[in-house]
Design a protein around this ligand. Sequence first.
Ligand code: COI
Length: 360
Amino acid sequence: MSLTYPLTRNPQPKTPDQVASVLADPGFGNYFTDHMAVATWTADAGWTDSEIRPYGPFHIDPAGAVLHYGQEIFEGLKAYRHADGSIHLFRPEANARRLQTSAARMMLPSLEIEDFFTAVTELVTVDAHWVPDAEGEKSLYLRPFMFADEVFLGVRAAQRVTFSVIASPSGPYFAGGVKPVDIWVTDSYARAGAGGTGAAKCGGNYAASLIAQYEGYQHGCSQVLFIEASGKDRVEELGGMNVFLVTADGTLITPALTGTILEGVTRSSVLTLAGELGLTTEERQVTPDELFTGIREGRITEAFSCGTAAVVTPIGSFRTAEGEWRLPENGLPATLAIRNAILDIQYGRVADTRGWMRRV
Ligand code: COI
């Protein structure tokens, strides 16, 4: 049976003036809407107690399993306002499916795709006035997540789990918008290894990336690129985004999904759109040497990161302790064509011929 999410309205919602002031300059991840979706799972009863309730803290026991063993997963997707005022989600089924895959890896329960979709759409419907107009590439960022909520210190899969969705009006993830970002390439820290959790969207992957990202900040970079741990011969992904390279002969290359890389929804959309834009696409191994010499010798002419939050953000340079490999300033023809193609679909500026958008 499908879950329903009965609504308990927030008795103290933000005033229209407060909402307008947030939407004028939301930044990323700073503000949250008036409500949240919540559901509880227990091993005995399955999913119950689904509801939309006022946004507010959870009551978590100090012995709650997530605080000790990090059994947690999350998703990220956005709601876009189109010129006619309607609101649309981009490929929510893909996020719902990935939450199921992450849940399986982290021994969390599976949530039906339709139950995920209902939670997201009911929340967006009640907080629809928080979805910004499209100008400035604003949207309502949605963060579904699931965590072990059992009061128990033994190490085993929790028998009680909470699923929730919160919503945060957002502007560009990187403050500079489409300004190219510099990327620190680390081989001191690994994000994932064979058999690990690299393909799951779990909080621990991001916690593990922070020290490398901090190393990057210290070298003037805003993101970090990880190299595969065992052979150090495969470029993998950035701390929170997938990576793409464009070659002088019009090939778009991204590291293949080897079980250690997150299967990005934006990544797969970029691969589809790039083919239609006349680029040849390759999902394969990229060695750090191919990346660096390719840039130095002019074979790699553009690079970009992509993800729900980052959309498509150009990369200006890759840096290591040994040096810097700077991409040419060439007007980014492929990067911007792909970026515009995806944004045009998301904001309803072109027809959605692939059925990617779902109206709320
Ligand atoms: C997203 O793009 O939705 C993510 O979850 C990545 C994070 C860096 C915000």
